[in-house]
Ligand binder design. Structure first.
Ligand code: PLP
Length: 526
């Protein structure tokens, strides 16, 4: 980190260890208009303040009831412009969907239409309080209710829980409903089957809910092994099957549609179990397939993937769960009901209407900002538009798959078209180059890397998801960059080992950062 006030102009070319030169060094450490940003603690001082306040009268009576500060808290004082610039500069070093292509497989980082933002910011949605009297927030309750109805319609499922706040949170909600349903009939099953092609959150969810997780291998073509599931379901012992549920990601993390889903669901139901579908990738099939028709009992939908708003740094998540007839009564509280023209929330106190609900997932009603964005996305696309969302997402992914498969190992390219994401591996790279080097090279080319080393079933996996919102021109540019990097990797171009060259930070010691994180600034190390 270059401290701001240490001057020392060095009129020499900076040559990095790898022999590449980085141009002449600058006094400030800044490069062109990319400013090197120190920590707040390096810019400001605890002794100064950004605002002038009159000295407090030492004899004045305080109203703090003994909670006055007794010693300085060590926060630095900065002026407003210094503060604004600090955060603006940091934000310029951040890559986001509004800056460029974000091909993270499994994350569905699609463009977030400005219309969504406009609607989400309407004061009637943005400025309300979760404890406001229900008669004053009828419009917000209507949005939750209407969005829920759309989700039921799109999935062909009769029940929905709107409160879970992420995909993984939705999984937990679904599994807790499954547990409640088994318990209600006095059936203490202990096992949840999770195929290898499932998302990593699935086994974590099942284990968190207290189940024993058993793996089901994938077939050579990257799908769930139907025969293995049937075999395992039959091994119940005397009391019948011990399998409470299977959790299947569909489309799966190899980017493939699980063709045997209906048959798997029938087998699970025949053995008295429930079918959980990880529907985070619903964007690949929305408007084309209704999971209810496939025998799903519970499925979460990542509003923040299928219906816009990239998650992570891009915004909050929301993972509503749709339920089959069998599981709907166990859905969590609260839920919105309509009585004539009135909307109301069913909570714990409402003994009659709450039924055998397993309890609640969150303090309040869910992620209002996401509800408004998702409903806006749905209504602005309409039924035909949503169908096209899925078709374009799949078309774009197949375009990438077929544009790369001649030079990059594509293990399941022979299994037919992919769905919304294309999966590659790092076979045939020269030297000791790997997926990581290629991903770092993409940064120099101005692209956020794809998802790497996931799913685990492929060596050096690279999972690329373009989404439906990228133009062909953007995708072509990405393909050109990726092809050039693959050629370099196959030729064993060792300079890739040190990429990125042009990022504000080069290769970080990610292991040390994870194992020995420095979470507090200390003056000694400055
Ligand atoms: C993103 C994703 C999840 C987890 O969703 P979060 O909102 O990040 O918790 C689960 N399963 C699949 C298949 C996903 O793509």
């Amino acid at each position: 980190m270059n401290a701001p006030n240490k001057s020392g102009w060095k009129p020499v070319m900076e040559v990095a260890e790898d022999g590449m030169h980085n141009g002449p060094s600058t006094t400030t450490g800044n490069r062109a208009l990319m400013l090197e940003e120190p920590l707040l603690f390096e810019i400001g001082h605890a002794e100064v303040t950004g605002v002038d306040l009159p000295e407090a009268d030492p004899d004045a009576k305080t109203r703090l009831g003994g909670f006055e500060r007794s010693e300085p808290i060590g926060l630095v004082g900065l002026t407003e412009p210094e503060t604004v610039r600090h955060y603006t500069r940091l934000s310029r070093q951040n890559y986001g969907i509004d800056l460029g292509f974000f091909p993270l497989g499994s994350c569905t980082m699609k463009h977030n239409p400005r219309l969504n933002e406009k609607v989400a910011r309407l004061p009637g949605f943005a400025d309300i309080h979760p404890l406001a009297p229900q008669s004053t927030v009828q419009g917000a309750l209507q949005v939750i209710h209407e969005l829920g109805e759309w989700l039921c319609k799109l999935t062909g499922m009769p029940g929905v829980a709107m409160s879970p706040k992420a995909g993984a949170h939705g999984e937990l909600c679904g599994i807790l409903a499954i547990r409640a349903a088994h318990e209600a009939r006095g059936d203490a099953r202990e096992v949840v089957l999770v195929p290898e092609s499932a998302h990593g959150t699935n086994p974590a969810t099942a284990a968190f809910a207290g189940y024993r997780v058993e793996d089901i291998p994938a077939t050579a073509e990257g799908r769930v092994d139907l025969a293995k599931i049937k075999e395992r379901l039959g091994k119940g012992g005397e009391g019948g099957s011990d399998v409470a549920a299977v959790m299947i990601t569909n489309p799966n993390t190899c980017g493939l549609f699980e063709k045997d889903f209906r048959e798997i669901a029938d087998a699970v139901h025949a053995a008295g179990g429930y079918v959980y579908c990880d529907g985070a990738n619903f964007n690949a099939i929305v408007g084309r397939v209704r999971p209810g028709d496939l025998g799903v009992d519970a499925m979460h939908i990542n509003l923040h993937k299928t219906f816009s708003t990239p998650h992570g740094g891009g915004g909050p998540g929301s993972g509503p769960v749709v339920f089959s007839e069998a599981l709907a009564p166990y859905a969590p509280l609260p839920f919105v009901k309509k009585d004539g023209e009135n909307y109301y929330l069913v909570e714990e106190e409402n003994r009659e209407e709450r039924g055998p609900s397993f309890g609640r997932m969150t303090a309040f009603h869910g992620q209002m900002g996401m509800f408004t964005r998702a409903l806006t996305y749905m209504l602005s696309h309409g039924a035909d538009g949503l169908k096209q969302v899925a078709e374009d997402a799949v078309l774009n992914a197949n375009y990438i798959l077929r544009s790369m498969e001649d030079i990059l190992h594509a293990p399941f390219a022979g299994s037919g078209p992919c769905m919304h994401e294309a999966l590659f591996g790092d076979r045939d790279f020269g030297g000791d180059l790997s997926t990581l080097d290629l991903a770092k090279g993409l940064i120099d080319e101005g692209f956020h890397p794809m998802t790497v080393y996931f799913p685990l079933v492929v060596h050096g996996a690279m999972l690329v998801e373009p989404t439906e919102t990228e133009s062909k021109a953007n995708i072509d540019q990405f393909i050109a960059a990726l092809r050039s990097l693959v050629e370099r990797a196959k030729a064993g171009d060792e300079t890739l080992k040190h990429a990125p060259y042009y990022a504000p930070r080069r290769r970080l010691d990610e292991t040390a950062a994870a194992r020995k994180p420095k979470l507090a600034w200390s003056e000694d190390e400055a």
